[in-house]
Design a protein around this ligand. Structure first.
Ligand SMILES: Cc1cc2nc3c(=O)[nH]c(=O)nc-3n(C[C@H](O)[C@H](O)[C@H](O)COP(=O)(O)OP(=O)(O)OC[C@H]3O[C@@H](n4cnc5c(N)ncnc54)[C@H](O)[C@@H]3O)c2cc1C
Length: 457
């Protein structure tokens, strides 16, 4: 009897324990492995065009890696997967466990509809969400103790890549077409992920601890895109970090520790969402009264200025334009634009999060929603509400020469020196085409703090 390896957000062949299990079972039976991908209309509809275009490219790469044997089927997973299992007489269906609300529900429905076992081996994280518990047996609420427990727990070595997999040849609906997009996408697929990662380790890891907050330098790893689609597993990254850090001192040792800690944030958010699935939509705690949120046409106008990168605040505008150009934004800038939406424009984080999900190539429910909650101050271990990012001081600190702003906001290219971060101070007035500020940051900050104080009373 053949087995099925049902790929979802694990579009790779290396370090893939579920694939290893599927291959071992098929080999023991002297049979083949069906490489299955289901184009699920619910997920397809929910993803924005850039992410779908990237996904289509990643599937093409996976198809090539299986020698053209990827079997693509369209339809609801709880119908398609059992149908394929019956068609080939499979002994089991192997998956990497889904840990997010939609994926968990979908897999339960598939499991109920299957006549054979759905075998879950591994998941997209080094430590499965839900595994770590506090001394009292509850979930972790705070990042730092979570990270300590995560480091103590440790993880497996990367799983070996199966060789000469006996892929089954089966009719496929064909690879989905990549929707047209103006976004410049990074190269997709497992090989691209590894090449990017190795280049990062070689060239930028040593300086990561110092330079990672600088959007002008563009020296972060871009692994979020590949991790989102499972083209590389965090275990592989952690193993390479351990190698790079062995015996290291000084900046390299610090950088290895910092990068590992960033991966721990990813695992923390997945863990929080595991325990609180509603956090994908609702605030884990309310921080301002309901009437504090802007509504109606003024709110819509403010939102449009934000999405179009025309708020009049250069760093915010640069970030929002980078989002539309690359489907990716540097982490520091994500924080600044998110803070601006919530605390300067008084719009609920969910509105900004939805826009991000539409455009981000790495758009990922646990990371996106919980980072938004972190900035909005509504998350479990969030930034305190009164910490309001100042878009000018952030720009001066993290884009000191204005290189990042000039890259994304052409109207400001000729503005000299640091005036690029405050073009309203130019003696000749704003450069042609660049908008007036939609709000006054200092004033809106006071409004946000007053709203917060009102809620606390
Ligand atoms: C409002 C907002 C929304 C975000 N939405 C997403 C999202 O949809 N998908 C996503 O993957 N990340 C999201 N992030 C987190 C972070 O911005 C990106 O992971 C990071 O910018 C990706 O770039 P990189 O891979 O070059 O990062 P690097 O600096 O190279 O970091 C290495 C890896 O660590 C992890 N990491 C780093 N920072 C964070 C963080 N703050 N939270 C969780 N993991 C982190 C990522 O997996 C990242 O690939 C969001 C952050 C904010 C503030």
């Amino acid at each position: 009897m053949p087995t099925i390896c049902w790929f979802r957000r694990d579009l790779r062949l290396s370090d893939h324990p579920a694939l290893v299990a599927a291959v071992a079972e098929a080999r023991a039976a002297g049979d083949e492995v069906v490489a299955l991908y289901v184009v699920d209309p619910a997920l397809w509809r929910a993803a924005g065009t850039p992410r779908l275009a990237y996904l289509a490219a990643s599937l093409r790469s996976l198809d090539e890696a299986t020698g053209g044997r990827l079997v693509v089927r369209h339809g609801r997973a709880d119908r398609v997967v059992p149908a394929v299992a019956r068609q080939v007489g499979a002994s089991s269906v192997h998956v990497s466990a889904a840990t997010e609300p939609y994926g968990r529900r979908r897999d339960e429905a598939v499991e109920a509809a299957l006549d054979v076992p759905l075998v879950r081996t591994g998941c997209p994280y080094a430590v499965a969400p839900g595994r770590l518990r506090t001394g009292q047996g509850g979930p972790y609420q705070v990042f730092t103790p979570f990270r300590g427990a995560w480091l103590d727990h440790g993880w497996h070595e990367p799983a070996p890549r199966p060789r000469d997999v006996p892929w089954a040849a089966l009719a496929s609906d064909g690879l989905p077409d990549a929707p047209a997009t103006d976004v410049t996408l990074p190269p997709a697929g497992e090989r691209a992920a590894r090449e990017r990662w190795h280049a990062f380790v070689r060239e930028d890891l040593a300086g990561y601890d110092v330079d990672r907050n600088r959007p002008d330098l563009d020296v972060t790893s871009w692994m979020s895109v590949h991790l989102k689609h499972g083209e590389i597993h965090p275990r592989t990254l952690l193993a390479d970090l351990a190698d790079a850090g062995r015996g290291a001192r000084g900046p390299l040792a610090d950088s290895v520790a910092t990068y590992r800690s960033e991966l721990a944030w990813r695992e923390f958010h997945a863990d929080v969402l595991w325990h609180h699935p509603a956090a994908a939509r609702t605030s884990l705690r309310e921080v301002v009264p309901q009437d504090a949120w802007a509504t109606g046409p003024p709110a819509d106008r403010a939102f449009a200025a934000w999405t179009d990168g025309r708020t009049g605040y250069p760093l915010v505008d640069a970030g929002m334009r980078q989002l539309r150009a690359q489907g990716w934004v540097h982490n520091r800038v994500r924080m600044v634009v998110a803070s601006f939406l919530v605390k300067d424009l008084h719009l609920p984080w969910q509105r900004g999060a939805a826009h991000f999900m539409e455009w981000l190539v790495d758009g990922d429910v646990p990371q996106n929603q919980l980072n938004w909650q972190w900035v909005a101050g509504t998350g479990r271990d969030a930034a305190p509400y009164f910490r309001v990012f100042n878009p000018v001081t952030q720009a001066r600190k993290f884009d000191p020469d204005g290189t990042y702003v000039r890259r994304w906001v052409p109207e400001l290219r000729d503005v000299p020196d640091r005036a690029v971060h405050e073009p309203w101070t130019l003696p000749g007035g704003l450069p042609a085409g660049y908008p007036e500020r939609v709000v006054d940051h200092a004033h809106e900050r006071e409004v946000a703090l007053a709203d917060h104080a009102r809620r606390a009373r």
